[in-house]
Design a protein around this ligand. Structure first.
Ligand SMILES: [Zn+2]
Length: 120
């Protein structure tokens, strides 16, 4: 068990939340978090991160379930967990969608090509 913020192992118990889950607080940076941050249900943090990345990139929960073979309610649980751990200012909308990134790359690629051919 370590702090999700600064990775310090200097943590102590900090009461329980409304769902009866153990709360922890980091002695080092005073970050509060819940014990469920640790991997559970047999999935690794890496696997969870992949699923959550798909989710924030606009992929549907059913689609993630089909691709990753993880039940969509499990993904919802992870999304909620991460939501509790993230600062209030975090906005998933601020992360560019995959489609937008593609457009941007096409645009940059197009500009480069025009610039290159104009010089020759
Ligand atoms: Zn910390």
């Amino acid at each position: 068990m370590q702090c999700p913020e600064c990775k310090s192992k200097h943590i102590r118990k900090n009461g329980k939340n409304r769902q009866g889950k153990q709360n922890y607080i980091c002695v080092n940076c005073e970050r509060q978090f819940i014990e469920n941050y640790e991997p559970h249900l047999g999935y690794s943090n890496e696997f969870k991160r992949e699923c959550l990345k798909m989710y924030v990139n606009g992929m549907g929960l059913r689609a993630i379930e089909r691709v990753k073979g993880v039940h969509h309610t499990t993904v919802i649980t992870w999304v909620r967990e991460v939501g509790e751990l993230l600062p209030d200012t975090y906005e998933p909308e601020a992360i560019p969608q995959v489609g937008e990134l593609d457009e941007l790359e096409t645009f940059i690629g197009h500009k480069k090509t025009r610039f290159g051919s104009g010089r020759q």
